[in-house]
Ligand binder design. Structure first.
Ligand code: ADP
Ligand code: MG
Length: 696
């Protein structure tokens, strides 16, 4: 790293130890470079220069004038509300200026000379005369010019109290830029700079801190977005490459179990997309290096059978498999699907979760060690040290954004000699750019097709006033033998209130459907009670299931055709889409009704997207745009790095371009010692984004 740019900011003129400490503590600005990278939050555009005769009567947009002050008049007022007025003339007319603060200082400063000034502000109008209150004022420079675009830096009380107002930042950054000019050397490899037509850092910083036009900052910012993303993509690509040097078992043959199941027991014909993805995975596993592949597919696209067939491939080649899911319910669901398939060909499957009984657990531990259990399915419990395999060859993680890279890695490290192949399945389809970002170290397979004959789920926003009519329709459906989910939100922050709402909802629904058996499931119930309620619903004993989001990843009930979501505005779009995916699994037309409690334009838009679209990828893209990446992924443990300049919802072109460029660059056979500045920058970025902490 450049030594000069890493100088402590306390040595900068006009800063000193006191201000430096505040900047360090409150803005994370430690070095010259940090200060240069302290970007304005917004800009004031003062380029709209007018003359007073051109001013439309009652105009109230902010405008800029150039002229002189005269006739200063202090006005004393009994209740201490003194003010100062002046006349501002630009040769074409007059305006009144008024100040309420700093009166002496203003008068001294502007009354005594006959200079030209620029003023900028929003006029109000007194009897046809424009008046400006506390306008921005700037003396014209020697060329008769003024600053058209003013950067506004993030500000805070503590900054202002210590003499660090906006003007301060403009000035110190200007003087820092001046002395940094020759230090800001290019560190991005020349071929990349040329390909992307990147501005050099100094020019880019000038565009950001001292723009001449309102479009300059974006040009400047682009340079930093590119460099940030280039570093990030490099880190991800390097990891991807590293995995590909990690020795893994070779699944070379397609064996008896696979063939027997495929030809005799496959319950349906695979979609072309499923077949393609299986092929992609098989190719990876036939090589002696670790596979790390993400399988994405919409709800119901059939990821489970893909996982199972790959497991058979592993088992045929003499290896065991582990499948980890984020919740007990999801793990259990996977266990049942896979168990039914596996028993046809006498493959032993076990389920291990936090609530597995001690005796069963001992049996499992033993069965894994002696290799009798071929498939282990479970929750985080799989990560425990006592879980040891005879010959683990494949790990599958059903992720739903809940596992971090560390956990993925922990599962592979169940073996010391070889790295098991690793599949990650996302329960929520995410837009391509986000996948490239979040899972940039993985190869990507997409199941972009649903099984034949799936009917789109009719989706409708239902207002409270239409509830009775909706219930009438539901009664008809139940009469025809169908089943219904009622979903309530449940979040940590309002746990008590939410639980109450579910229970009250349950009672109200029992009253509204007096001759119907209604079940209830929520997160505070014991796992075995939950499971029993789910099973009652699955068997068709209960016709209505009232539930919190636990069914999001819950049981597969083809006879359930109606999904009612209460307080629908509180759910994320992707979550609504997941929930909706619980119906439409059988031959009947299915419905999803969204009942909002409070609605505003944004939530309205979100819910309308549900009415309009059935494609999960499309929906998650809209969700990302409307909510931003943080909320989209859930606040905690999103696994998303903190970007300084990149906005992953909007900078999709940059994300994709840099990915390609980095791949090409790696392909190009560069000489690694030519680029030490670039490597420095990359490791600096890795530390800054704290990516080194999740170094797999
Ligand atoms: P998801 O991708 O959401 O995990 P699942 O694997 O749970 O989807 O599959 C959803 C349903 O579709 C299951 O009942 C599964 O058995 C069924 N299914 C999967 N693939 C096909 C297919 N090719 N044809 C018909 N049904 C399928
Ligand atoms: Mg699934």
């Amino acid at each position: 790293m450049n030594k000069f740019l890493q100088t402590d900011i306390q040595y900068l003129k006009k800063i000193g130890p006191l201000k430096a400490n505040i900047l360090k503590q409150h803005a994370n600005i430690h070095t010259y470079e940090d200060l240069l990278l302290y970007f304005p939050r917004r800009y004031v555009d003062r380029s709209n220069l007018l003359t007073l005769d051109k001013l439309k009567p009652n105009e109230n947009e902010a405008i800029t004038l150039i002229g002189k002050f005269s006739q200063f008049r202090p006005i004393k007022n009994s209740n201490h509300k003194n003010r100062l007025t002046a006349i501002f003339s630009d040769g074409s007319g007059h305006a009144q200026i008024v100040w309420f603060q700093g009166l002496d200082w203003i008068q001294k400063r502007y009354a005594t000379n006959n200079e030209l000034y620029m003023i900028y502000g929003k006029p109000d109008w007194i009897q046809g005369v424009p008046r400006f209150t506390h306008p921005e004022i700037e003396k014209l420079d020697e060329e008769g010019d003024y600053k058209k675009i003013v950067p506004i830096y993030p500000s805070s009380e503590i900054f202002k109290k210590n003499g660090m107002d906006n003007r301060f930042f403009i000035q110190v950054i200007a003087s820092l830029l001046e002395i940094s000019k020759n230090e800001l050397v290019e560190f991005i490899p020349q071929m990349i700079v040329e390909k992307l037509h990147l501005l050099d850092r100094y020019t880019a910083l000038r565009y950001i801190h001292q723009p001449q036009s309102i479009t300059d900052p974006d040009y400047g910012l682009n340079r930093f977005k590119y460099e940030e993303m280039l570093a990030f993509q490099w880190i991800m690509e390097a990891r991807r490459k590293k995995y590909k040097t990690q020795k893994a078992p070779i699944f070379e043959k397609v064996g008896n179990l696979f063939l027997e199941f495929y030809h005799h027991y496959l319950p349906f014909e695979l979609t072309d997309a499923q077949k393609r993805v299986i092929k992609e995975i098989r190719k990876d596993c036939a090589s002696p290096y670790q596979m790390n592949r993400l399988v994405q597919g919409d709800v119901g696209s059939g990821k489970t059978i893909v996982a199972f067939l790959i497991m058979l491939l592993a088992i045929d080649n003499g290896y065991q498999c582990a499948l980890m899911a984020p919740t007990e319910i999801l793990a259990t669901q996977h266990f049942y699907s896979i168990f039914h398939w596996a028993e046809k060909i006498q493959v032993e499957v076990a389920l291990l979760t936090g609530s597995t009984k001690e005796k069963q657990r001992r049996y499992i531990i033993n069965g894994l060690r002696n290799g009798q259990i071929k498939i282990l399915i479970g929750t985080h419990a799989l990560l425990e040290d006592y879980v040891q395999f005879a010959n683990l060859g494949l790990t599958i993680i059903d992720e739903q954004h809940k596992f971090g890279v560390e956990q993925r890695a922990k599962l592979w490290k169940k073996r010391s000699d070889l790295y098991p192949h690793n599949l990650v399945m996302t329960a929520t389809p995410i837009p391509r750019t986000l996948a490239l970002t979040l899972y940039g170290d993985l190869d990507l397979s997409i199941i972009n097709q649903l099984p034949k004959g799936r009917k789109p789920i009719y989706t409708k926003i239902v207002m409270e006033s239409q509830r009775l009519r909706l219930f009438g329709f539901i009664k008809q459906q139940i009469h025809q033998g169908r089943q219904v989910y009622f979903i309530y939100p449940l979040v940590e922050e309002s746990l008590k209130l939410d639980l109450m709402a579910v229970k009250q909802g349950y009672e109200a629904i029992q009253r509204s459907f007096p001759n119907t058996l209604v079940g209830i499931v929520h997160g505070k119930m014991k796992p075995n009670e939950k499971e029993a309620e789910m099973q009652r619903f699955k068997k068709g004993v209960t016709k209505i299931l009232v539930s919190t989001t636990v069914v999001e990843v819950g049981v597969d009930v083809p006879n359930a055709t109606i999904m009612v979501i209460e307080n629908a505005e509180r759910f994320g779009l992707s979550q609504l889409h997941q929930l909706r995916g619980r119906v439409g699994r059988g031959d009947y037309q299915s419905y999803c009704f969204l009942i909002p409690k409070k609605i505003n334009p944004t939530t309205q838009k979100r819910l309308e997207a549900m009415e309009k679209f059935s494609d999960g990828f499309k929906i998650s893209e809209i969700d990302l745009q409307l909510r931003g990446p943080g909320d989209f992924l859930g606040t905690r443990q999103s696994g998303l790095p903190e970007f300084h300049t990149i906005n992953i919802a909007h900078d999709t072109t940059i994300i994709e371009q840099t990915k390609q460029i980095i791949r090409d660059f790696i392909q190009s056979g560069y000489q690694s010692n030519d680029y030490h500045l670039f490597w420095d920058f990359i490791s600096h970025t890795e530390r800054k984004m704290q990516l080194d902490r999740i170094n797999a």
